[in-house]
Design a protein around this ligand. Sequence first.
Ligand code: ATP
Length: 236
Amino acid sequence: MTPVLELRSVSAAYGPFRALFDVSLTVNPGEVLALVGSNGVGKTTVARVASGLVAPTSGSVFLGGVDMTGRKPYRFARAGVAHATEGRSVFATLSVEDNLTLSFARARGRKGVRSGLEIAYELFPVLERRRRQAAGTLSGGEQRMLSMARVMVEVPKILIADELSLGLAPKITMELYASLERLRAEGTALLIVEQHVAHALRLCDRVAMLDHGTVSWTGSGTEATSVVAQFLEPSH
Ligand code: ATP
């Protein structure tokens, strides 16, 4: 099976600072890979490499078997990668629907708007109920949903979700994860980056653990549940 995403011996750096060393990982179609590890080990950098935001200094990135190394992020997006970055990137004074419309029109032109809205409201029903509300007045969890929906003009081949649960109440985190389940049911593969691993472990098929910019352990979700706890510091 051709992986939807493959990193082959990827190293990456920010100027002189080397953040990743020889990282190899694959995500197969429809598969959920959780990338775990404590603060500053390189999880976000892997996410950025996987969506073209950071170009590797060596090694390669493949999407569906196609070498994308060095290509621009919009080429990654067109190839089916949606990257929900850390934090909530929404225009506070615009309505929910205007936020979505703006992103979809920019990504795909007017013709992308209708299908984008349909997908967004199916995955995140609360956004439809609040579509006329100013984004700045949404709850933290709803803003997170909106920022995720904004990167999905169409059902992505792979969604990269970075620190979804950061700063959110457990109930909201569960709602967010329920929307990931819906995406997965549509056939989307997921690369979930999480410092607080409990939710990710329940959903994932496989786990890759990062340590100081290298993959230190990989295994199935079930194996990880017992193993990961020994490696990670308590999350609270
Ligand atoms: P966290 O969970 O804290 O977000 P992480 O595992 O996602 O951490 P990264 O954000 O990938 O780790 O960071 C890996 C290393 O690269 C860290 O030492 C970080 O300080 C550094 N780094 C990240 N982004 C930049 C940047 N834009 N410029 C310089 N250094 C950076």
